[in-house]
Design a protein around this ligand. Structure first.
Ligand SMILES: [Zn+2]
Length: 207
């Protein structure tokens, strides 16, 4: 922990203040540790690790080769790591390859589905991108640009549609007003259910 104090405060005074705050600090640290302990442990990507693509499980195999790349074939994702990668960096390279695979898959899915969903809602968007968001599934700005989190590729098609409909609805209402939710409900009557599915999957995608 770092203590920030104005320079005119004497050390004696600072220590006295810290002592008075001691109980509060101890409690805060305990709270933080309890919070960290409840989070699921972070699994590593290893041979036969199972992940999901569009809601369906697939397994991972790890090989070494001359070039770092991935190959998806018959429900198995082969992650090939260059022999030049140092052992301590292998895990980071594996995560990166999985992310690239998911990005590619989501990009293709969005290119298929967004034009259909937008047309159905009578809305026009300008651009779509796949992003590495940490805390949101998608976004829409006032220039009509839509962004989606690559982690969505792990989820069932209907769940991805639901996120698309949500962001498309923002083309008309750039807020979460009553009118916005009415528009969402019109095209995605099950949006509450899909929200729960999103929450479930978010605990499984850790990297
Ligand atoms: Zn929103």
């Amino acid at each position: 922990m770092r203590v920030l104090a104005p320079t005119w405060l004497s050390e004696k005074k600072i220590i006295a203040m810290l002592n008075a705050k001691q109980q509060w600090i101890t409690n805060k640290l305990k709270e933080q540790n309890a919070l960290l302990a409840t989070r699921p442990p972070l699994p590593v990507i290893a041979e036969d690790t199972t992940l999901t693509l569009f809601g369906k499980p697939f397994s991972i195999s790890i090989k070494s080769g001359t070039k770092t790349q991935f190959v998806f074939n018959r429900g198995r994702l082969a992650l090939i790591i260059s022999t030049r990668v140092k052992p301590e960096n292998v895990q980071a390279h594996l995560s990166k390859q999985v992310q690239l695979f998911y990005r590619e898959q989501l990009q293709a899915q969005l290119q298929n589905r967004l034009p259909i969903l937008a047309d159905n809602m009578g809305l026009v968007y300008q651009k779509v991108s796949v992003k590495n968001f940490k805390a949101k599934w998608g976004s829409c700005n006032n220039r009509g640009e839509l962004d989606f989190n690559w982690r969505l590729a792990a989820m069932p098609f209907e769940t991805i549609d639901s996120v698309c409909i949500h962001e498309l609805a923002h083309l008309k209402h750039l807020d979460h007003s009553r009118d916005f939710w009415a528009l969402v409900a019109k095209y995605d009557p099950e949006y509450q259910f899909h929200k729960q599915v999103l929450r479930q999957y978010s605990t499984q995608i850790w990297f």
